[in-house]
Design a protein around this ligand. Structure first.
Ligand code: APR
Length: 317
């Protein structure tokens, strides 16, 4: 059991994370920080704490508007950011304006981590994922084992769910990976998709698989469209928790994560979604997957998209 897991951002995802971490007892305490409201983080944590007698959990859940609440955390999950919403004057920020705002927030987040838990393993969830992970890297310069973005776990879970429904099998039978950047260019790796160890094509036809892969790439937007306000938050929180549990229990679990490549896949200096072996040290190994030519072309396109995001982030420094 760890001493503390820190959460930055106590909105929808941060709220589910605080609740689940308290329930799963992965650390003695949970520290949640958010700048919102009179004290949103404190309120959410008090609500969770008052329910702990009902779930038999003695985990301390502390919320605050200050980053000090993260002091001593061994793992920090970052969900801080602002979504694309109308301003009070009715105007809508452009994509670039939104990126600039979220990068400023990320700079504050990095300062908070540096001052309070500089050695923490940082799992970043906030979007735009590739841009924010890169900004954290620029600010914190951590060893590559200690900074990772959560995207592949979620994209792969979506792919697995859609495949399970199409094949008429349990979600537990489906193994799948989605690699590359976290956006329209992400690459579901069909050649790695197995149902109880058998190739997915044995269960689902090529046309349907293509539709599933296209739906996977747009799955975040599909949920946004249905909710009307906000974006998916349960499945992203569960995905981050899969990564946290792999680290806390030193599972050596292979999960697609956004990690720094230094020559792997022929890429140097970019954070890209690839299978990573997670254990108590964080990212302990990066695995190189053999892809078909079509998958490799898709992966290369995705890497190019991540590179242009990084160029944009660097221009906004
Ligand atoms: N420090 C801490 N928290 C901050 C900061 C900051 N500097 N700036 C904003 N926040 C908080 C907001 O106050 C809000 O409570 O981040 C929280 C974000 O919560 P939501 O808007 O509910 O968003 P959520 O659904 O939780 O998603 C968080 O993850 O998947 C991504 O696209 C999603 O970028 C978004 C992030």
């Amino acid at each position: 059991m760890l001493n503390k897991i820190g959460l930055i951002g106590g909105g929808n995802i941060g709220g589910v994370l605080a609740q689940e971490l308290t329930r799963r007892r992965l650390s003695k305490s949970v520290g949640l920080m958010d700048i919102k409201g009179p004290d949103l983080a404190k309120g959410k944590c008090l609500d969770i704490a008052e329910g702990t007698p009902l779930i038999g959990s003695d985990i301390e859940c502390e919320g605050s508007k200050g980053y000090e609440v993260l002091a001593g955390a061994e793992i920090v999950i970052n969900t801080a950011g602002v979504p694309r919403t109308k301003r009070p004057d009715g105007s809508i920020p452009t994509r670039e304006e939104l990126l600039a705002t979220n990068l400023k927030i990320t700079d504050q987040v990095a300062d908070g981590i540096r001052q309070n838990c500089p050695d923490a393993i940082v799992i970043s969830v906030a979007n735009p994922l590739d841009a924010i992970v890169y900004r954290l890297y620029q600010n914190l310069q951590p060893p590559k084992s200690r900074l990772l973005g959560m995207a592949g776990a979620l994209d792969s879970s979506r792919y697995r769910y859609f495949v399970a429904k199409a094949a008429g099998v349990s979600v537990e039978n489906v193994e799948a990976m989605v690699l590359g950047g976290h956006g329209d260019t992400m690459v579901p790796i069909r050649s790695c998709c197995r149902i109880a160890g058998m190739p997915v094509e044995k269960f689902v036809g090529a046309e349907e698989l293509q539709a599933i892969e296209s739906r996977t790439r747009k799955a975040g937007g599909e949920v946004v469209g249905l909710l009307g306000v906000g974006s998916a938050f349960v499945s992203p929180a569960l995905s981050a928790l899969e990564m946290v549990e792999a680290i806390v229990f030193d599972k050596k679990k292979i999960i697609p994560c956004c990690v720094l490549l230094e020559g792997e896949y022929g890429v140097d200096g970019l954070f890209v979604g690839v299978p990573a072996l997670l254990g108590s040290a964080g990212v302990e190994k990066i695995l190189e997957v053999e892809m078909t030519d079509v998958e490799q072309e898709g992966f290369n396109r995705s890497v190019a998209a991540v590179q242009s995001t990084v160029d944009e982030v660097s221009a906004l420094s």
